[in-house]
Design a binder for this molecule. Structure first.
Ligand code: GAP
Length: 464
């Protein structure tokens, strides 16, 4: 990441190059909502499949599910979301614009360092009200705000089964609850045994008050969550917690290729921790707006399964085949946001190469939206184009490959650098004579001649 990288620079690049667009732009957009363009969708897919491969496919103790976004509404009563999934909300008394009280306080502290520093995460809503009144904190427009109140961020909708009758349901606020409600079915239908985990990737929805953080905080987002079940008498939760923390760190540093200097662990304070958690850590990334949560890990004990037992009347227990004992397992939950990984990768890969007057997204080659771009040197030479098309067709069997015949080669390199394509292959007149192409490396800009017959092997070695 470049030192002076701002969020605005990333937002502009993301839009200019087709990673992320403001949603419904033709209608003036929708707050905290974004669409992913042709480049963004490839990067998202790469993130998801890498996570799934590492966390599910490569482990003998993990399985996956894909539950509904609309679950039975009792799910959210049992989980506690209906009663306590809230954010502290204030309203600008003039514009009626809504803000999160804790975020206004954080911004005030950042501007008035040392005056009255408090741990914002630890403040209760009445304490926030007191702090705002004491320091006469205003909205960003300079207007007085209402006293903070708890605002439930669960999205409500309705299903109409019978004409005229509608029943309230919720868009899921986390993918986790679909895992807990399927716990028994997974036990009964597979051969898993403790300790084991169930993973899920999917959309979650929250009626977030905060705007302006790009894809970091959106109303609709994608989570990749794991509920890892274990017997707390046989496995010390601290050991398991530490193992998962190590797996999370290694995924971000080794698999995603992120600079570890931009990462830190932060333990939640007692007051800040969610109602269901015995211990929580956030793996924070140094986004352009500071260190913020990328990935959370919580020891949820047997809280959720017990809540669902109480509300459903079903025995959500594990049977120990050896002792014949039935009990409710405990759970450790690593919960990741795919869109935050996306934003982190853009920020971490961003590089202003001033020596070469270019902007480069230095993605790990295996994560780049396209691994290789194929260029015919000239688009009006049928022999060159036909040869380049044949090479393109061959490469697409092995790598995500793109094609470009517009403008001169320099412009094509410039464009591919900005979208992070690690290798460009140019087909020129020598190719027709000796069956070699120029392969240009994104990071070094060095060029080598490679025989077309060796091209897949060469690129595979480079991409890893
Ligand atoms: N099941 C636990 C849970 O949902 P969380 O910390 O609220 O915990 C997990 O969410 C992850 O989901 C976060 O670490 C973050 O990466 C992502 N996330 C949460 N809210 C988000 C939002 N509004 N927009 C984008 N990502 C979000």
């Amino acid at each position: 990441m470049s030192e002076e990288l701002t969020l605005e620079t990333l937002v502009a690049l993301a839009k200019r190059r087709g990673f992320v667009y403001p949603t419904s732009e033709i209608y003036g957009g929708l707050a905290s909502s974004y669409d992913y363009g042709p480049l963004g969708v490839e990067l998202l897919r790469n993130i998801r499949s890498l996570w799934w491969r590492e966390m599910v496919n490569k482990r003998f103790d993990m399985v996956g599910i894909d539950s509904q976004i609309l679950l039975h509404p009792q799910t959210w009563v049992a989980s506690g979301h209906v009663s306590s999934f809230t954010d502290p909300l204030v309203e600008d008394k003039v514009t009626n614009q809504r803000y999160r009280a804790d975020h206004l306080i954080e911004a005030w502290i950042a501007q008035n360092a040392g005056v009255d520093d408090v741990v914002v995460e630890e403040l209760t809503v009445p304490e926030m009200a007191e702090f705002i009144a004491k320091h006469q904190i205003t909205s960003p427009d300079g207007n007085e705000v209402t006293p903070p109140r708890e605002f439930n961020i669960l999205f409500e909708t309705a299903i109409g089964v019978i004409a005229g009758e509608k029943s309230k349901v919720y868009l899921r606020g986390e993918t986790a609850q679909g895992i807990f409600s399927n716990f028994k079915q997974v036990l009964d239908s597979t051969r898993v045994k403790l300790p084991f985990g169930i993973a899920q990737i999917g959309k979650s929805f929250r009626n977030e008050i905060t705007t302006g953080q790009f894809v970091f905080r959106t109303l609709e987002f994608e989570q990749a969550e794991i509920e890892y079940f274990f017997d707390p008498r046989e496995t010390d939760w601290r050991d398991l917690f530490a193992q998962w923390q190590a797996a999370m760190w290694s995924f971000v540093v080794d698999k995603l290729g992120v600079n570890p200097d931009n990462l830190r662990w932060r333990q939640h304070t007692d007051k800040e921790r969610s109602h269901y958690s015995e211990d929580t850590y956030d793996l924070d990334y140094n986004f352009p707006f500071g260190f913020k949560e990328l990935w959370g890990i919580a020891y949820r004990t047997d809280y959720d399964l017990r809540q669902h037992i109480e509300h459903s009347g079903k025995k959500l227990e594990y049977l120990n085949q050896t002792s014949g004992e039935r009990f409710v397992p405990h759970v450790i939950e690593p919960a990741l946001g795919i869109n935050r990984v996306f934003l982190m990768l853009l920020a971490d890969a961003y590089w202003e190469d001033t020596a070469n007057n270019r902007t480069v997204l230095r993605f790990k080659p295996s994560l780049a939206p396209y691994k290789v771009a194929v260029f015919p040197l000239l688009k009006n030479k049928p022999d060159l184009v036909a040869k380049a098309e044949a090479i393109f067709a061959d490469l697409t069997d092995h790598f995500a490959t793109t094609w470009d015949e517009r403008g001169n080669i320099g412009k094509r390199y410039y464009y591919q650098d900005e979208i992070g394509t690690p290798f460009c292959v140019t087909v020129d007149f020598d190719t027709l004579a000796d069956n070699t192409v120029t392969v240009r490396d994104r990071d070094t800009t060095e060029q080598v001649r490679v025989n077309v017959d060796q091209l897949v092997t060469y690129l595979r070695e480079q991409i890893g």
